[in-house]
Design a protein around this ligand. Structure first.
Ligand code: ATP
Ligand code: MG
Length: 284
């Protein structure tokens, strides 16, 4: 694989490969806690990637590093800049605030704790659209209704004005997905989208993730989905490329079928103990 050439402003240009991310030698430590100890990873456009690993293995830290919310102690994260038709990879640490905002307009994120604001359902969907997309309420309202319908939530005025504090865990999760989808993102990130949900809600979110991955219209860049998960059903359903973090390194990187079949003394017990939701397909 060729190295990206330095382009204008020290940004790299890579016209040969349709990469969404290139992570090079990333180290992150908190004091003595060396969480990521040299992560190298390339993610191509259109891939479905599942990041797995034990609690505390650094999945959220890796995700936050990819999002530019956390600056690595060393190493670099390159991301595709979709403002550029050639799909140039740009280094996150070289981007100014404006460039970062632009990048974020192509991303949708479902955070581990949903990260809903305390206001209404409508405000939660509207805020980023107003800030990042410059949309007015009149344009946001129909969009809000359509994404709420996509995640099977009510879309009437009363629901739009409902306070997020009164939603159940499953509804809040669906709203977080709806809010991410409203951005029509090229890359969508989910951090444990099904954890803490009952089996039927979890199955519903699994379906949503699958649909959301493939629902972009023709002639537009394909969507890339990056999912941090402990959900074995989600893996079986999506059959993603699996990345397993262990002791600061990538212990496994390959197709789900190989992960499933692995007899590694680390992977096997982890896989066996991953939660599964037996009620998949049950009515509801
Ligand atoms: N801001 C922070 N300050 C100090 N330590 C942190 C911080 N963020 C994460 N850590 C530590 O980094 C390690 C990895 O955390 P991370 O949240 O990435 O785990 P995870 O793999 O996402 O786990 P889980 O499955 O429980 O969500 C943990 O030991 C955590 O305590
Ligand atoms: Mg986490």
């Amino acid at each position: 694989m060729t190295e990206p050439a330095e382009g204008r402003n020290g940004h790299a240009i890579d016209t040969l490969h349709s990469l969404e991310f290139r992570i090079e030698g990333v180290h992150v430590a908190f004091g003595d806690n060396k969480v990521l100890r040299g992560i190298d990873l390339e993610i191509a456009s259109g891939e479905v990637i599942a990041i797995v690993g034990g609690s505390g293995s650094g999945k959220t830290v890796l995700l936050n590093t990819m999002l530019g919310l956390l600056t690595p102690d060393s190493g670099r994260v390159w991301v595709a800049d979709h403002a550029n038709a050639a799909g140039a990879l740009v280094s996150l640490d070289k981007l100014g605030e404006e460039d970062r905002d632009h990048l974020h307009s192509h991303w949708g994120v479902v955070f581990q704790r949903n990260a809903l604001f305390s206001g209404s359902v409508f405000e939660n969907i509207a805020l980023w659209l107003r800030e990042v997309r410059d949309l007015q309420n009149a344009d946001i309202r129909p969009l809000a209704r359509s994404v709420l319908e996509a995640v099977d939530l009510p879309s009437d005025d009363a629901f739009l004005e409902t306070s997020t504090g009164s939603l159940s865990g499953g509804m809040a999760k669906r709203l977080a997905v709806a809010r991410a989808l409203a951005m029509d993102p090229i890359v969508i990130f989910y951090d444990e989208p099904t954890s803490g949900l009952d089996p039927i809600s979890a199955a519903h979110i699994q379906d949503l993730i699958q649909t959301a991955h493939s629902d972009r219209g023709r002639g537009r860049p394909t969507r890339t989905s990056v999912i941090v998960t402990h959900d074995k059903d989600l893996l079986s359903r999506l059959e993603p490329r699996v990345i397993m973090l262990h002791e600061g390194h990538i212990l496994f990187d390959g197709p789900f079928a190989d992960f499933h079949a692995s007899d590694s003394p680390v992977i096997r017990p982890y896989f066996e103990l991953m939660p599964t939701y037996h009620l998949r397909g049950a009515p509801g």
